[in-house]
Design a protein around this ligand. Structure first.
Ligand SMILES: C[S@@+](CC[C@H](N)C(=O)[O-])C[C@H]1O[C@@H](n2cnc3c(N)ncnc32)[C@H](O)[C@@H]1O
Length: 372
């Protein structure tokens, strides 16, 4: 065989190998697209599937023989107690019920000790000479069901909780204004989940609320709850330099734009006032994929502190606090946070002005981010 023939045979074999590899790749890509379609469809099918689950529970229950129906619990299937609202609304109510335990049940004491106690101790030590007559003003943005704001009031502060969710406001108003005694009502906060229960009685346990009688808890004059969006309400000129302390607990990560929150906190504090914060950086709008208008600025803790420094804060105390948030203490699954805790003091106006002279509004966010 001549060299030329050899070359063309080798070339032919190489071309066949290439062709085979191309064929394999096309096949693999087709399989990948197919399985991706299945995965995406699974996500898209999820809500309907969840509803189908409930229908399946009902069908299964109906198939039980009368004798078995007697031994299986069935009250929850009574259709006459079902309200016709979207399921997502119902989910929010379930979430509120868990918040009631956090704020207003003896069962929530451990979580309150982890989250609220360090804040209260810090406030106590920051304002040692306070008097009820001239009580320092403390704002709690994102006050939830109001317990922290109430405890701050009991400590001798003119305390205001701010909250924008009607779900929260209706419930806190009900508890704060209508509870007549300790344990006035009984709720069953854990019945919604069949998962991770150690026993039926754990899942079905009643929880008496409230654990204190708010009206006779010894509040300081001026205690109030203010409805509305934090930035909107407190951007009013009357709020500038008004507050001695701002307390944020599991709040700053609820922002679309955390820089705007920090800017507002800085603006409404007096010179020398303190910002006490406790919480993670879960960024509530981080997962809003596909909604182009849903802004979400997700800074690391390091960058949050850097932005706060730009807005005139000096960090005096920092630590990490291990805690849970509205967790069923008897569940086999417990989500823990290593939450950031800090006390930051607002420097005097002159120093602050110098640092933020070109950062007047949140539109200048880009400038802040460039400096990070
Ligand atoms: C994670 S919860 C924490 C509640 C409470 N601080 C606690 O520790 O239990 C955050 C709260 O902030 C409220 N919130 C979120 N964005 C807000 C805003 N822009 N203005 C006022 N409240 C807001 C929510 O409705 C929710 O009640």
């Amino acid at each position: 065989m001549s060299t030329g023939e050899n070359m063309s045979e080798v070339g032919g074999a190489a071309a066949a190998e290439d062709e085979e590899r191309r064929r394999q790749r096309t096949l693999e890509e087709a399989l990948e697209v197919q399985s991706l379609r299945r995965i995406i469809s699974a996500y898209l099918n999820y809500p309907e599937a969840a509803e189908e689950d409930v229908r399946r529970y009902e069908r299964s229950f109906r198939k039980l023989s009368p004798a078995h129906k007697v031994s299986a619990p069935n009250d929850w299937l009574d259709p006459s107690i079902q309200l016709h609202v979207p399921l997502v609304d119902v989910d929010k109510v379930r979430c509120i019920v868990r918040n009631i335990v956090r704020d207003w049940a003896a069962e929530g004491q451990k979580e309150r000790d982890e989250c609220y106690k360090p804040i209260l101790e810090e406030l106590d030590s920051q304002f040692p000479n306070r008097s009820k007559e001239r009580a320092p003003a403390c704002l709690v943005p994102g006050a939830g069901l109001g317990r922290l704001a109430l405890e701050i009031s009991r400590l001798g502060f003119m305390s205001q909780g701010n909250e924008f969710s009607y779900y929260m406001m209706i419930c806190s108003s009900f508890i704060l204004n209508h509870a007549e005694t300790v344990g006035d009502w009984t709720i069953y906060p854990w019945i919604h989940s069949n998962c991770n229960s150690l026993s039926d009685s754990d899942q079905l346990r009643p929880v008496p609320i409230p654990d204190i009688h708010p009206a006779s808890a010894g509040i300081t004059e001026g205690f109030s709850m203010c409805g509305g969006d934090f930035v909107e309400v407190y951007s009013d000129a009357s709020q500038e330099g008004y507050w001695d302390a701002v307390v944020t607990c599991f709040f700053i990560d609820t922002a679309h734009n955390i820089v705007e929150y920090i800017e507002t906190i800085s603006k409404i504090l007096k010179d020398g006032g303190v910002w006490i914060n406790l919480g993670p950086l879960l960024y509530h709008f981080a997962d809003m994929y596909g909604q182009e208008d849903e802004m979400s600025i997700e800074l690391s803790l390091e960058d949050v502190k850097r932005v706060a420094t730009q807005y005139g804060f000096e960090f005096e105390k920092e630590k990490t606090i291990e805690t849970t948030y509205t967790t069923n203490p008897r569940s086999m699954m417990q989500n823990h946070y290593s939450a950031a805790f800090w006390t930051a003091r607002k420097r005097s106006k002159a120093t602050t002005d110098e640092r933020v002279s070109n950062l007047s509004r949140a539109d200048d966010l880009v400038e802040v981010l460039k400096n990070l």
